[in-house]
Design a protein around this ligand. Structure first.
Ligand SMILES: Cc1cc2nc3c(=O)[nH]c(=O)nc-3n(C[C@H](O)[C@H](O)[C@H](O)COP(=O)(O)OP(=O)(O)OC[C@H]3O[C@@H](n4cnc5c(N)ncnc54)[C@H](O)[C@@H]3O)c2cc1C
Length: 464
């Protein structure tokens, strides 16, 4: 049964006058996009696809005047229901604003429109011999605007930092349509407040990012990737220290895999080979980026040789080709393989490394105490204090609430965070007070009120 529209007819015609017929989607064509969301839902009736910052500004000007809520969409790969859109809201998609405007090799920066896909940005930098260092599994769908709005992290944070460290400048459109052009290109600029930081990680609630000036780094000459099996958690901490100091700052990634995650992702059904035998308590995937291939390999072998002799590492392989390197990373990145067991609940928490062993023991015990068949897999960016937890136990509302409680509650006492890199969205907003003080949340609300007084930008996300 079709429902009456909650949008006024003159809103449609005003928006059509800005973006044209091609720039609008209506009805099922909008709602069908919800199928690609992770646990999400799109009930909005109308989607607009502006082609320029000026069009974004005009759209927001109209929406602000009418108090019309707007949800911004990038590549829809976010994992916390941040892009969900209800009836009565309209969607503004950046998909037609995907131009890579300039790569400045000498200045080590590039300017892009916010709808550009991360993978295309990486390739454009590579064509000029440079690297845009943000990297994550969803690289060919996620957009730079989405990466900025979620302050994405990924696989090389240890070396290059999160998106916050990789953005030099931003152009954003405020709720009332004001265009805030702050496209700084320099690494250093202390002239007053650093306004771009307001939009990084604020999940589309303070403004719509339309363009960005990104930081580039030079391509390194050597890339070494290793997979090691280890007997204990403490051995992983030891190995992290040895690689960090022994490789002279070349360590770029250090990913921990609890044994059952490696074992499951290397079963024939998962389709990944097992370069090391299965059954070890822990595995580590690490990557080093350096300047002298021969010397760097020798240095790595020396550090690993000592770790093997000291019983820190049980076994280890170093990739000898790009194919072997990809095969090692696939074991880490094929997160969704485990959904063959049961519907998944996924978590991305951060906590001090010294608390990780006890925390993982506690949550695993709690999950195993649930009725029925259930499994708890842990892996993630250990060096960043960031663990991903995947619980295969069913995703009905009651199970979800119980499991969320098991994962999140223990974090408060150890100063952890309910979101290391995915954000809060709708999914985690009830748990925000576990990671932020009342004064912090009050200040966030103050900022929201100041920049979006009518509350039209991504309403209800981050906090109610
Ligand atoms: C397979 C997979 C692997 C992933 N791995 C990682 C990882 O390693 N590290 C990590 O940090 N994340 C990871 N993610 C999640 C990550 O948050 C997203 O991939 C990405 O950063 C979101 O970009 P998007 O364009 O898809 O944004 P969307 O999903 O479209 O939107 C995300 C949020 O940003 C807002 N938004 C989008 N564009 C704009 C804009 N231009 N202006 C204002 N607000 C905007 C939306 O309203 C929403 O709140 C992964 C996701 C998947 C599916």
């Amino acid at each position: 049964m079709s429902q009456a529209s909650l949008l006024k007819t003159d809103l449609r015609s005003d928006l059509r006058a800005i973006v044209g017929e091609q720039g609008m989607l209506e009805g099922d064509a909008v709602r069908e996009r919800g199928a690609t969301l992770f646990h999400g839902r799109i009930d909005a009736e109308l989607l607009v696809r502006p082609r320029s910052t000026e069009q974004v500004s005009s759209i927001l000007g109209i929406c602000h005047a009418r108090g019309q809520p707007v949800v911004t969409h990038g590549g829809l790969t976010g994992l916390v229901n941040g892009a969900d859109a209800g009836r009565g809201e309209i969607v503004l998609s950046l998909e037609s604003m995907n131009t890579i405007e300039r790569v400045d090799v000498a200045g080590r920066s590039m300017r892009v429109q916010a709808g550009a896909k991360l993978g295309n940005v990486q390739r454009a930098a590579e064509e000029q011999g440079m690297v845009f260092p943000l990297d994550l599994g969803a690289r060919d769908s996620a957009t730079v605007g989405g990466n900025i709005s979620t302050n994405a992290g990924g696989l090389r944070v240890l070396r290059y930092g999160m998106m916050r460290n990789l953005v030099l400048g931003i152009e954003a459109v405020l709720a009332d349509g004001t265009v805030l052009t702050s496209l700084n290109r320099m690494l250093k600029n202390n002239a007053g407040y650093d306004l771009k930081q307001l939009f990084i990680g604020s999940e589309g609630t303070l403004g719509i990012v339309t363009r960005a000036e990104l930081r580039l780094v030079s391509r390194t000459r050597s890339q070494e990737t290793l997979l090691a099996s280890l007997p204990t958690f403490d051995a992983m901490v030891d190995l992290l220290g040895r690689l960090d100091s022994g490789l002279g700052g070349q360590l770029a990634a250090f990913e921990a895999l609890w044994g059952n995650y490696y074992d499951y992702n290397t079963t024939p059904a998962a389709g990944n080979s097992a370069p090391l035998s299965r059954g070890a308590p822990f595995y580590v995937i690490a990557e080093a980026l350096g300047g002298d291939p021969e010397h760097d390999r020798a240095q790595l072998e020396s550090v690993l040789g000592e770790a093997l002799e000291g019983g820190i590492v049980s076994d280890v392989v170093i990739a000898n080709s790009e194919t072997e390197r990809r095969a090692i990373w696939a074991i880490r990145e094929d997160v969704w393989e485990v959904q063959n067991i049961a519907p998944l609940l996924t978590f991305d928490v951060s906590l001090p490394i010294e608390n990780m062993k006890a925390y993982v023991q506690e949550i695993t015990q709690s999950v195993h105490g649930l009725a029925g068949e259930n499994r708890c897999f842990v892996f993630g960016h250990m060096a960043d204090g960031n663990l991903h937890i995947v619980v295969a136990a069913g995703d009905d509302a009651a199970t979800r609430a119980r499991v969320e409680d098991m994962i999140y509650r223990p974090l408060a006492a150890i100063g952890g965070s309910v979101s290391a890199e995915h954000g809060i969205g709708l999914e985690k907003r009830a748990y925000l007070p576990l990671s932020r003080t009342p004064a912090e949340i009050a200040t966030m609300r103050l900022l929201k009120k100041a920049l979006d007084p009518k509350g039209i930008l991504n309403p209800g996300k981050v906090f109610a």
